[in-house]
Design a protein around this ligand. Structure first.
Ligand code: DQA
Length: 153
């Protein structure tokens, strides 16, 4: 099984960016933790960060045929990007939306996620642990659906 992790704008600054909101764990540390969890779960993991909406969309288009699902923290594009939603929808792979912070406890404009209606699940508010929980949840859902018996006719 192959999973891609997508990190959106400004997440490259984790560790120094608003630590009171996002914590002190760096993106490299998050990716390292996800890589070790992936090894434990016997999953292949690829991780990608970009500040550019187009680059994130290109990545989804390029990987769509090769991965089984995505863990997505789209950062601020969560609230604005119809184009990223369309890319994720176009490749037809399940994705879990994750956020370090609890969006419902923040500014009103963060309470709307354009990705949420298409997400398999959403994890938010657990800091870096949101990614870990999101990856575990996605792998479990994918394994369950792969093991589900074929419907009999
Ligand atoms: C975020 C929340 C977004 O509103 C914000 O723009 C981010 C990070 C989070 O992980 O809590 O960049 O996605």
């Amino acid at each position: 099984m192959r999973i891609a992790v997508l990190h959106g704008p400004n997440l490259n600054l984790l560790g120094q960016r608003e630590p009171e909101v996002y914590g002190t764990t760096t993106l490299a540390e998050i990716d390292a933790e996800l890589a070790s969890l992936a090894a434990e779960l016997d999953v292949e993991l690829v991780s990608f960060q970009s500040n550019g909406e187009g680059q994130l969309i290109d990545f989804v288009q390029l990987t769509g045929a090769e991965v089984d699902g995505y863990v997505v923290n789209a950062g601020a594009y969560t609230h604005t990007s119809v184009a990223l939603l369309d890319a994720l929808t176009a490749v037809g792979r399940p994705f879990v939306e994750v956020h370090l912070s609890n969006l419902n406890a923040r500014e009103p404009f963060r309470r709307t996620s354009l990705l949420a209606p298409r997400a398999t699940g959403i994890v938010m508010g657990f800091g870096a642990e949101s990614y870990v929980l999101g990856l575990r949840g996605l792998v479990q859902v994918l394994r369950r659906s792969a093991n589900a018996p074929e419907p009999t006719s």
